[in-house]
Design a protein around this ligand. Structure first.
Ligand code: FAD
Length: 402
C-alpha cells in the first residue's frame, strides 16, 4: 500500500495511531488533523494534577504528549475541524479545505453531555479539554462554592481536587448512589463515606431542574448556592460530522467498528472513545471510554491498516484517583456474575472479584495495585478461581487460581 493515512482527532487514540503506523514500518504520509488549538495532550491529568498545579509559583503541569511529530514525519494540523466525510471521493472536508486520504482513521473521541438549558451559561463548566481545565483553575484558586452535577468518575475526581483547593463542594447525583451505572450498590456503599470524609456533601436521588445565576435549582424546588457548576454526567462519541458519510453509527452515536476496528466504509478505521467494537471475549459490543483502550486500539488498527489481520478483543482497564484512593478496574462483569469481596471495604485497601461459572471476569481494586497487576495477567485467560482463597486478602490473587 502507498499514499496518505489521515487521522481525524489528535487525542491519545489519534496520536498513538500515528506513532504505531511509523513504529510498524509505514513510510507513506501520515496527516493528523485535530480541532483543538493546542499541541496534542493527555486527558487524565486534567481532573487531577492540572486543576491544582501551577499555583503558588509552581510551573503549570505539562500534559503534552512527548512525541516528536516532525521527527516522525507526521504532518500535524491543529485547529482543523473535520466537518464532513466524502467517502466516495476519499476526502474529508474541513473549514480549511479538503484533505484527501487513501486510508482514514477516525479518532474523534467524545464530548461531554450538557445539562439541558445550560449551554453557554456563565459559571457552568464541563471537564473534557485543556481549556475546560484552564477555566476551572481560577474557580479552585478563588475557593468558590461549587456544585458538581454527577457522582461518576469525573465528578469524584473533580470534587477531590476542589476540596484540596479549599472549595465548598456539593455533589448532586440523580441516581441513588455514586457510580450507579457501572458498579453494584454493595460495592459503591463505602464510597459514600469517601465523600463525607473529604468534607464533600453528596446528595443522591437528587435531580437538577435548572441552573440560575449563583444557584442550582433542584427538582424539589430547593436551591443550592453555587458560584460555579461542574457538569460530569457522561460523554457521547463525537461523530456528528459523519452524518451522510455511510459510516455506520449506533443510537448513541458510536461508530460501529468490527473486530478488526474497520468501519462499514472501506479503508476507514476507528479507534478510542468514538467507536464500539464487538468483543468475542465478553459476547457483546463494547464502547469503552478509558485511556487504555485509546492506547491499545491504535496498535491493532495500525497493524490491520498495513495489511494485517488482527482481532481487537482487549480486557478493558481503567483507573481513577479519588479522595486519596487509587481505584482500578479490569475486565467486564454483569449483574449475573458472583461477587467475591476481598478485604474490608471500610478500610483503605480492598478488592472485589466477579466470577461467572467459577471463572474470573472482572476485578475492582481500591488501594491494592498488586491485586490489579495479577488480575490483569489472569483476566487474559479467564481462569477458574477458588472463591474462598480469593476472598482472603492475605492470599496472593494468582495463588487463588485452581
Ligand atoms: P479524545 O481524547 O477525546 O481525543 C479526540 C480528539 O479529537 C479531541 O482533541 C477532539 O477535540 C478531536 N475532535 C473531535 N471531533 C473532531 C473533528 N470533527 N475534527 C477534528 N478533531 C476532532 N481514563 C482512564 O482510564 N483513567 C483516568 O483517570 C481518566 N481520567 C480522565 C479525566 C478526564 C478529565 C477525561 C476527560 C478523561 C479521562 N479518562 C480517563 C478517559 C481518557 O482520557 C479517554 O478515554 C481518552 O482520552 C480517549 O482518547 P481519544 O483519543 O479516543 O479521545
Amino acid at each position: 500500500m502507498t499514499g496518505n493515512v489521515v487521522i481525524v482527532g489528535a487525542g491519545m487514540a489519534g496520536v498513538r495511531t500515528a506513532v504505531e503506523l511509523r513504529g510498524q514500518g509505514w513510510r507513506g504520509g501520515v496527516t493528523l488533523v485535530g480541532d483543538e488549538p493546542h499541541p496534542p495532550y493527555d486527558r487524565p491529568p486534567l481532573s487531577k494534577t492540572v486543576l491544582l498545579g501551577g499555583r503558588d509559583g509552581d510551573a503549570p503541569v505539562d500534559v503534552r504528549f512527548d512525541v516528536d511529530f516532525a521527527g516522525l514525519g507526521v504532518e500535524l494540523r491543529p485547529g482543523v475541524r473535520a466537518e464532513s466525510l466524502r467517502s466516495g471521493s476519499k476526502e474529508i472536508v474541513t473549514g480549511q479545505g479538503t484533505v484527501p486520504y487513501d486510508r482514514l482513521v477516525l479518532a474523534t473521541g467524545a464530548y461531554p453531555v450538557q445539562l439541558p438549558g445550560t449551554a453557554g451559561l456563565p459559571g457552568v463548566h464541563s471537564l473534557r479539554t485543556l481549556d475546560d481545565a484552564a477555566a476551572l483553575r481560577p474557580v479552585l484558586a478563588a475557593r468558590q462554592r461549587i456544585v458538581v452535577v454527577g457522582a461518576g468518575w469525573i465528578g469524584a475526581e473533580f470534587a477531590t481536587a476542589a476540596r484540596q483547593a479549599g472549595c465548598e463542594v456539593t455533589v448532586v447525583e440523580a441516581a441513588d448512589r455514586p457510580l450507579a451505572a457501572v458498579l453494584p450498590a454493595s460495592v459503591t456503599a463505602p464510597m459514600r463515606g469517601w465523600y463525607e470524609e473529604a468534607g464533600v456533601e453528596l446528595r443522591t436521588g437528587t435531580r437538577v431542574a435548572a441552573v440560575e445565576p449563583g444557584a442550582v435549582v433542584l427538582a424539589d424546588g430547593s436551591r443550592l448556592p453555587a458560584a460555579a457548576v461542574v457538569v460530569g454526567i457522561g460523554a457521547r462519541p463525537a461523530n456528528g460530522w459523519l452524518a451522510g458519510s455511510g459510516v455506520a453509527v449506533d443510537a448513541d452515536g458510536a461508530v460501529l467498528a468490527d473486530d478488526r476496528l474497520r468501519t462499514s466504509v472501506e479503508d476507514v478505521y476507528a479507534v478510542g472513545d468514538c467507536a464500539s467494537f464487538p468483543s468475542a471475549r465478553y459476547g457483546r459490543r463494547l464502547l469503552v471510554h478509558h485511556w487504555d483502550n485509546a492506547v491499545q486500539g491504535p496498535r491493532t488498527a495500525a497493524a490491520n491498516l498495513l495489511g494485517g489481520d488482527q482481532p481487537y478483543d482487549p480486557v478493558p482497564y481503567f483507573w481513577s484517583e479519588q479522595f486519596g484512593r487509587f481505584v482500578q478496574y479490569a475486565g467486564h462483569h454483569t449483574d449475573a456474575d458472583t461477587m467475591v469481596p476481598r478485604g474490608d471495604p471500610a478500610g483503605p485497601a480492598w478488592s472485589v472479584l466477579w466470577l461467572r461459572d467459577g471463572l474470573l471476569t472482572a476485578v475492582l481494586a481500591v488501594g491494592r495495585p498488586r491485586d490489579m497487576a495479577q488480575a490483569r495477567k489472569l483476566l487474559g485467560g479467564s481462569p477458574a478461581v477458588d472463591p474462598e482463597r480469593a476472598a482472603d486478602p492475605a492470599v496472593p490473587l494468582r495463588s487463588a487460581v485452581r
